[in-house]
Design a protein around this ligand. Sequence first.
Ligand code: FES
Length: 481
Amino acid sequence: MAQQQSLWSQSVEIPARERLEKDLHVEAAVIGAGMAGVLIADRLKARGIETVVLEANRIGSGQTRNTTAKITSQHDVLYDALIRKFGRDKARQYAQANEQAIRAYKELIGERGVKCDFCEGPAFLYSQAAAQPMRQEAEAAASLGIAAHFTSETELPFSVAGAVRFENQARFHPLKFLKAVSEGLDIYEHTPVASVDGNQIRTENATVTARHIIFAAHFPFVNVPGWYFMRMHQERSYVLALQCDWKPRGMYYGVDNDGLSFREAEGLLLMGGQNHRTGENSQGGCYQKLSDRARELFGDCREAARWSAQDCVTLDGVPYIGRFSASEPCWYVATGFGKWGMTSSMVAAMLIAGEITGEPPEWAEVFSPARFQLSAAAQSLATETVQTLKGRSRELFSIPQTTLDALPAGHGGIVEAKGRKAGVYKDETGQCHVVNPHCPHLGCQLEWNPDEKSWDCPCHGSRFSYDGALLDGPAQTDLEK
Ligand code: FES
C-alpha cells in the first residue's frame, strides 16, 4: 500500500523553528504558517512592516502539504454564476485578482530564483455530460478578460462533451516554494494560539502585542465576532500519485458529480476526486473507488502516494479576505479558499498587505468578509443551518450503531458503553481506543471516517485522530478520552 502522505511531504523537509517563549511587541502578527500566512508575512516584510508568524504545529503542516498545487484563475464553473449573482464589476474583480496572483507567483519565483518546479500551461474544466455549461463558462470568463475558450479537444483518455481552456496558468511544488519563501521570516513553531483579545495574542508561554493581527490558519477558531463557522463548511477530497504512461501537459478538473482532476508532478500522474462534505464518509471506500477508476483508465499503475485534503467552502463560493469584523478593527482574516488555496493565498497576501499599508488593490471589494449577497447565499445558508441541526440532533436522538463486542478489529463507530455513547476504534490487535464522540467546538456528534481512521464533525468540519488528537479546526482542543 502507498504511503498515506502527500508527494510533496515526501520530498521536502523544512528546517525546524523555535517555540515562542518570550513576550513580543510587533507591528503585525500572522496566525498560521501555511501558504497564506507565509505569503502575507513575506509581503508585509517587503513593505517594511515588522511581522511575526505563529504556527501551532510546523511550517506548511496544514493544508498546504495536501494541495494539488495548481495556480489558476479557473475555479470550477464560477464566472457565469458570479456575473449573474454579483454583477459584472465584481466578477471582473475576482478574475483580475486571480490572474494577478498567477503573475505575482511567477515574478516572485523569477526574482528570487526559487527552485520549486514552477511550470506554466493551460488549465481545463471538462464535462462528459453536457457541453452547454462549458460553453457558457468559457464565454463568461473571456468576457471578463481571461484568455479562455470552449473546446472539445483535450488530452484526456476519454471523450468529453465540452471543456473550457484557460491559457497561462501554472503549477509548482508547494513545499519547495514554501521552504524558500519562509527562510527569511520570523516564524515560531509549536506555538498554538490560546486566545486573541484586542491587540493581544496569548500563547502557552507568551503574549504577542500587535497593531495588526491576521488570522490565516485555514479556519478561524474565534467563533464570535465574525461568525465564520455559520458561513462556511468543510469538504474532503482524495488524491492518488500514480506511476503510469499517461501524463498530461495541462491541468484538468472534472465538473460532473464523479469528476476527476489530473495534473503531472515529479514524473507521476496526480489523480483526485471523491469529494464529500467532512463528516459524511461513514461508509468509506474513497481511495478504493479512485484506485478502481485509475485501473479502468490506465491499466496496472503503481501507486506512489495517496493523501486527502480539507477545504473550507464559503456560502457564495468566494473567499473571505479582509477585515475580520467591524468590531475588531485591527483583525484581518483569510479563509474559505475552497479548492483553490494556492492562488487564493497570493490574493490574500496582496489584499491584506495592501489594506494594512493603505494601498488596497482595486479588486478588494469582492472578497470583503462583510459582504452578504442574499441571492448568492440564501440556499447555502439554509443548508448550513439544517446541517448543524442534523449534527446536534444526531447527538441526542441517534442510536449507537453497534456494541463493543460486535465492532470488528480495524473498525470504528459509536457504541453504547456503561449507558453512554462512546466513540470507539478497535485497532488491528483488538485494542480499543475510546473517545467522547462530541465535538468540543459546539457539541455536534462526530462521525467515524474509515478511510482516514479519524473522527470527523459534520457540522463545521473539525477532525480528530482515532485516539482523539485534534487534526483540523475550528475546534481547538483534543477529544476527551
Ligand atoms: Fe463545529 Fe464540530 S466543528 S461542532
